[in-house]
Write a protein that binds this ligand. Structure first.
Ligand code: HEM
Length: 132
């Protein structure tokens, strides 16, 4: 893979990294079964939703209306979620982004993901829904 030279600039860029990211997630031995087994994710619905989420975060389009937190609280009631799951989620996110893009918005995406993961884990911990 050649060194990336451009930043995330458009919804098409977001769609590209989202598709690649969830391909990796589904192949991951620990995360894959959570998405495809426990949550039975409907991918044709989930991917456009996640694209809107990142579009709103990074491009300020305001196309995502929702709150990701409760979805993950529900998930943690169904299956044990550990800090290691978040570490791996973030590692795959970083790998995917930096494989394709470089620049300020790419860095912002990584920081936002890290921040949300930290808040999510804090909230799960507070509800005694984080294992280990
Ligand atoms: C251990 C790590 C994580 C796991 C296992 C996980 C898993 C999931 C699952 C199973 C869904 C539901 C998909 C569906 O049925 O449509 C979901 C939704 C979502 N996740 Fe995560 N997630 C993780 C971390 C994160 C992080 C760190 C972020 C944000 C940076 C995030 C953002 C979202 C968003 C925006 C949704 C859609 C929420 C909605 O329905 O509006 N997730 N996640």
């Amino acid at each position: 893979m050649p060194t990336p030279t451009r930043d995330i600039d458009t919804d098409a860029d977001i769609a590209l990294f989202v598709a690649h990211f969830y391909e990796r997630i589904r192949q991951d031995p620990d995360l894959g079964p959570i998405f495809d087994g426990v949550a039975q994710v409907n991918w044709p619905e989930h991917l456009p939703k996640i694209e809107r989420f990142w579009s709103s975060m990074l491009l300020g389009t305001g196309t995502y209306a929702g709150n990701p937190m409760p979805v993950h609280f529900e998930l943690a009631r169904k299956t044990p979620i550990r800090p290691a799951h978040f570490t791996q989620w973030l590692a795959l996110f970083r790998q995917t982004l930096t494989e394709h893009f470089t620049g300020e918005r790419t860095q912002e995406a990584l920081l936002r993901a890290q921040g949300i993961a930290t808040v999510m884990q804090g909230r799960l911990r507070g509800m005694e829904l984080l294992n280990g």
